[in-house]
Design a protein around this ligand. Structure first.
Ligand SMILES: [Zn+2]
Ligand SMILES: [Zn+2]
Length: 665
């Protein structure tokens, strides 16, 4: 990069259909905020935009279910999400919404430009239509079996199990989510984006982006190798941005076409608020801007493939420079699930403890390269035994010592000895390493570099024993170390930084460039000293857990069913008479089960846990009237019952030898 550095940072637009949880926070927001705060302190020309994504079928579905309008849904969640970000101290320069007029106009403009440049075409296709509800069923209005992995009850836009992008008509055994009826296929005309033609161009571009994280590169290159298909970018839906073409007024733009354009419209809105309405072009149109998208890994396909292809087709905007895509955060060893209530909501944890505690812990366990686990015990441990015991302790002991023994005045340093010189070198090292790690998107390592200095500070204080002999140099160096820490911690823990600077009696916030300077001179007076943090007690964790986290067995709690419903299940004792490997799947067996009068074939995913020889002759319980299905090409005529012990199957067996075919009730 030549000349001045210029960066535009975006965080994935949160979907205005529910509150945010801790996984969202570390997925796309806290890392971005650290990156942006650091660059601002360095004096980089940087802006940070986002906003709520307010279109699409999930919002329309929520509105239908709650009998309110989609606008009411998004108004409610936009407000709540914005407040949560304020509590979490996320420092957006602009936080917009995709229902704004600016955004509608820009999305339509971009659609028309791409159309003029001949990258769109109209095609009549068959799409699911519900005759009962008298409407087409786009995206999440349809559920069914995933055509790729056979997972049941998957939504028409994406399979939650295998992660594949879907179109509703690709689902098997699909049903209408409004009335549960079976949709018919009906002709409808849609606009398609010629995505296929970008296959090679995208491949060259992504291959050249060697600085991308592995997950974004590998996933998108893998998808390109499979080959791209043209994609419909319009939907038969009333909630969304109307397609600006005569004859298509009844249709709206697909939410994933308009959502990323929200990054641009949020920047335009920011420029307007600055009273410099053209300033946004500096970031989106002038070359040599680095556009950095922070997203969770589920958003990789759209940010690495479809969005850049749209921008290439339009032709006048900058392409993304970096895609920082985090893996998932699990909760207490299990995948988070909003539908099952296994989740910690941000507004709940932020009501309990300071935002800096959560920011600190989440950055420690940042799932940059692989999934990581959030546990309340581990959270408490990190706060009490690292943040407080190392960082809080060093700051507090240094400042209270100067307060008590030197009337809050920083002493003039004397001659430096080797230990003092070493401590000063640690200051320089921490400044350099923390900054480099942030610039290279290694956020937990950056935090460690900062914490390492606090650790070294404690060691230095301990070795120099200022309580035994008068030691002006030690106190002078320690006070400057505290100042360095106050600067370095700001991107991670802005509130703690502010408080520490106040205790140091500094009124101007130093920039990153001053972090390593010994700028606190002899004679300077400290402010009022207070403990920076207070420990998290065991009972706080217990009461938070009881209040906000369902107990494990409650997570799967279901609603009551009638005895009639139970009787509909034909459960039988069966004897396994044959076990073979599934020809097309590593983890599956083909089992032949003797049910007395008949033998049925079942496909069972128990290969990792039961060797063939342990199954042969075993008596088990089988649900025999489950709708037959083909699983990876082999028919399965029922289901073998097993307990789920942390994801491992444990087969159910009768207490004693039973006649095959005996009913279970
Ligand atoms: Zn799937
Ligand atoms: Zn219906």
């Amino acid at each position: 990069m030549t000349g001045e550095e210029r960066i535009l940072v975006t965080s994935a637009l949160p979907y205005a259909n529910g509150p945010l949880h801790i996984g969202h926070a570390i997925g796309a927001y806290i890392p971005a905020d650290v990156y942006v705060r650091y660059h601002r302190m360095k004096g980089t020309d940087i802006i940070y935009v986002s906003g709520t994504d307010e279109h699409g079928t999930p919002i329309a579905v929520t509105a239908d279910n709650e009998n309110i309008t989609p606008q009411q849904v998004v108004d409610k969640y936009h407000k709540q999400i914005k407040e949560t970000f304020q509590k979490l101290n996320i420092s957006f320069d602009n936080f917009s919404r995709t229902t704004e007029k600016t955004h509608h106009q820009l999305s339509q403009q971009i659609f028309l430009k791409i159309k003029e440049k001949n990258h769109l075409y109209k095609k009549t296709v068959q799409r699911p239509y519900c005759s009962t509800c008298k409407r087409f069923l786009p995206d999440r209005y349809v559920k069914g079996i995933c055509p790729f992995c056979d997972a049941v009850d998957q939504r028409g836009d994406q399979c939650e199990v295998c992660g594949k992008q879907l179109e509703p008509h690709e689902l098997k055994q699909r049903y209408c989510t409004i009335c549960h009826g079976t949709p018919i296929m009906k002709d409808t005309t849609h606009w398609f984006f010629k995505l296929k033609q970008y296959n090679h161009k995208l491949e060259d571009w992504i291959t050249s982006n060697k600085h991308w994280p592995d997950n974004a590169r590998n996933f998108s290159l893998g998808w390109l190798r499979e080959g791209l298909e043209d994609r419909a970018i319009t939907r038969d839906l009333s909630w969304g941005i109307p397609v600006p073409v005569n004859g298509s007024e009844e249709k709206v733009l697909y939410v994933w076409f308009d959502a990323p354009i929200g990054y641009i419209s949020s920047t335009i809105e920011w420029a307007e608020r600055q009273k410099k309405p053209d300033l946004w072009k500096r970031y989106w149109k002038q070359k040599e801007t680095r556009i950095v998208h922070f997203i969770g890994k589920d958003n990789i396909p759209f940010h690495a493939i479809i969005w850049p292809a749209m921008l290439m087709a339009e032709g006048s905007y900058n392409l993304p420079w970096q895609i920082s895509s985090n893996e998932y955060l699990n909760l207490e060893g299990k995948k988070m699930s909003t539908s099952r209530g296994w989740v910690i909501w941000l507004h709940e944890i932020l009501d309990e403890w300071p935002a800096d505690y959560l920011r600190y812990y989440l950055i420690c366990i940042n799932p940059a390269k692989h999934d990581t686990d959030f546990s309340l015990k581990d959270y408490q441990h990190h706060i009490n035994h690292e943040l407080i015991a190392t960082l809080g302790n060093f700051i507090h002991r240094t400042l209270t010592f100067i307060e008590k023994n030197n009337k809050s005045i920083i002493p003039e340093p004397g001659e430096m000895e080797e230990l003092d010189e070493q401590a000063i070198r640690e200051i320089q090292k921490a400044v350099k390493e923390t900054g480099e790690n942030i610039e290279d998107f290694r956020f937990s390592q950056a935090l460690q570099s900062m914490m390492h200095l606090a650790h070294k500070g404690n060691e230095y204080f301990q070795h120099k024993e200022p309580w035994k002999k008068e030691n002006n140099t030690t106190l002078y160096v320690c006070a400057n170390m505290v100042k360095t820490l106050a600067v370095l911690m700001k991107p991670f823990m802005p509130a703690s930084s502010k408080e520490t600077l106040k205790m140091l009696g500094l009124t101007n916030e130093p920039g990153w460039g001053e972090a390593g300077e010994l700028s606190i001179k002899g004679g300077h007076r400290l402010g009022e000293i207070r403990p920076l943090y207070s420990k998290i007690e065991d009972d706080e964790i217990t009461s938070f857990r009881n209040k906000n986290l369902k107990k494990e067995h409650e997570v799967d709690e279901m609603s009551n069913i009638s005895f009639e419903k139970f009787k509909e299940m034909d459960l039988r004792i069966a004897k396994i008479v044959d076990v073979r490997d599934h020809p097309n799947a590593d983890k599956l067996y083909l089992l032949k089960c003797d049910l007395g009068g008949s033998v049925k074939q079942l496909v069972a995913g128990i290969k990792d846990d039961y060797p063939q020889e342990n199954l042969l002759g075993k008596q088990v319980v089988v649900l025999t009237n489950l709708e037959p299905a083909k699983i990876r090409g082999e028919k399965s005529e029922g289901m073998i019952l097993a307990a789920d012990e942390g994801g491992k199957p444990i087969l159910l067996q009768p207490d004693k030898e039973t006649t095959p075919g005996a009913r279970v009730r």
